[in-house]
Design a protein around this ligand. Structure first.
Ligand SMILES: [Zn+2]
Length: 453
């Protein structure tokens, strides 16, 4: 076992993705270059990469501006919430009202026809329905963390805010939000123009075939796209870099079970890449179950062979803390608690569903575990400042070596796979709610919603 996880090698991948390529918005040429980069790297390891392409319209704001008109005039740095409607070329000009939450009684008839400055994290899970019901003229989302940069999110889906119409929306920083509050601003103007083009997005993966139990598949993956104006170094070039470094070591060592190393496109705002991957499995599942030699409970479809998704999303910050989100049997949580303690690496085990590609796997019944790193750097997530300066190769190596040991002991060398194939209690509670938004994304990427029943 001479080959080891090297933080410096992972760092080089982050450089290639976040500096050389830069922001990798789904459906754009830059995301395609990221997919080609990942595919080339996997190929150089001697693996046979596959790329699934799918249609995903891309939307990018070509012009956006926030101006305060009263009591004094001035422009405030802002970023667009892509997916919200354009304004007329001269902008929309309205009276300003501040709201603390997008829910009643913070919003009500008093916001109609006004520009709402929304504190406390803005979209809070994407649900603006109560706010939109009162027909504001426009919306300015104030950053929820003490960041000097506005937070930006790629796309807001019309479907999640039905039946109300979205309004032109911009993001500003927490700092500027406080300044404007203190100045008692009265009027503002929003100008927003978005270009919508047809685009393609991708899922790239390659496998190390299992030499003992090839019919047990573990997917180790991270998303390669980022939001507009965002180099996405921690979120999530670092996750992809860690996947590539793990692929390199297991391509050399081999594995008892099949390991699939993947990079997903269009996670931000959609979850498209991982969804495309599981939908292909689902199509195959239906065909395989009809084969004459398929026996329920004995035979396995390709989907049923999937026993775990290890999802890596937001990693590599120097100062911070490691987080782990279990969407699997409690035995997996116990195992990882013991392992990380044994290795002297502290992890906070969160009792939540991580908002990333792990959810897609949960939808088709595949357990998942997500690893993330939180800290000061998280404030720069989804901003132009999520750049390579936040990355510490030493931290990549710590998480990488832990994952190496975890994968080695269980998937790559374990005699028996020690975890039940279930997605856990927390996921079960949330599943019905999450399925609704999934259907809209299945339609968006041009697939058939009846694939998932
Ligand atoms: Zn991410």
């Amino acid at each position: 076992m001479a080959v080891q996880f090297e933080g410096q090698r992972a760092y080089k991948h982050i450089e290639a993705l976040s500096v050389d390529i830069g922001p990798r918005v789904s459906g754009t040429e830059a995301e395609k270059r990221a997919a080609e980069y990942v595919s080339r790297q996997l190929g150089e390891m001697g693996l046979k990469p596959q790329t699934l392409a799918f249609d995903l319209p891309n939307e990018q704001a070509s012009f956006f501006k926030l101006e305060v008109l009263e009591p004094e005039q001035g422009e405030i740095p802002a970023l667009p919430l892509v997916g919200t409607p354009d304004t007329p070329p001269e902008g929309i000009n309205g009276e300003v009202v501040f709201a603390e939450f997008p829910q009643e009684p913070y919003v009500g008839p008093h916001i109609e026809g006004k520009i709402v400055f929304l504190a406390n994290g803005g979209i809070l899970g994407g649900n603006l329905t109560q706010l939109l019901k009162y027909k504001p003229l426009g919306l300015v989302l104030i950053g929820r963390t003490m960041s000097k940069e506005p937070n930006t999110f790629h796309v807001i889906r019309k479907e999640t805010n039905k039946p109300f119409e979205l309004v032109p929306t911009l993001h500003i920083s927490y700092e500027n939000g406080v300044k404007l509050w203190n100045k008692h601003i009265q009027r503002a103007r929003i100008t927003l123009k978005t270009e919508r083009k047809p685009g393609q997005s991708y899922a790239v993966f390659a496998e190390v075939p299992g030499r003992g139990n090839p019919d047990e598949i573990v997917v180790i993956a991270g998303h390669m796209d980022s939001v507009p104006c965002d180099p996405g170094a921690t979120d999530n070039a670092a996750g992809v870099a860690t996947v590539l470094e793990l692929a390199r070591i297991f391509a050399q060592r081999g594995s008892r079970r099949t390991l699939r190393f993947a990079a997903w496109g269009s996670e931000e705002g959609a979850g498209g890449g991982s969804l495309k991957y599981v939908l292909e499995l689902k199509k195959l599942h239906k065909i395989q179950k009809q084969a004459p030699d398929y026996i329920e409970g004995y035979s396995k479809t390709d989907l049923e062979k999937h026993i775990l998704n290890i999802n890596l999303d937001v990693l590599g910050m120097s100062l911070g803390s490691n987080e782990c989100y279990i969407q699997a049997s409690p035995a997996l949580e116990q195992y990882l608690k013991a392992l990380t303690s044994e290795m002297g690496i502290h992890h906070v085990f969160k009792k939540e569903i991580y908002g990333s590609d792990n959810i897609t796997f949960g939808w088709v019944g595949v357990p998942a575990v997500s690893f993330a790193r939180a800290g000061v750097g998280t404030h720069y997530m989804h901003t132009p400042k999520d750049d390579i300066e936040l990355i510490d190769p030493g931290q990549l190596e710590i998480i990488g070596k832990m994952l190496d040991v975890f994968i080695t002991r269980t998937a790559a060398e374990g005699i028996i796979w020690p975890f039940d194939r279930n997605t856990g209690e927390i996921f079960a509670e949330r599943e019905a709610g999450m399925k609704k938004s999934m259907n809209s994304i299945i339609k968006l990427i041009g697939e058939d919603t009846s694939l998932i029943d």
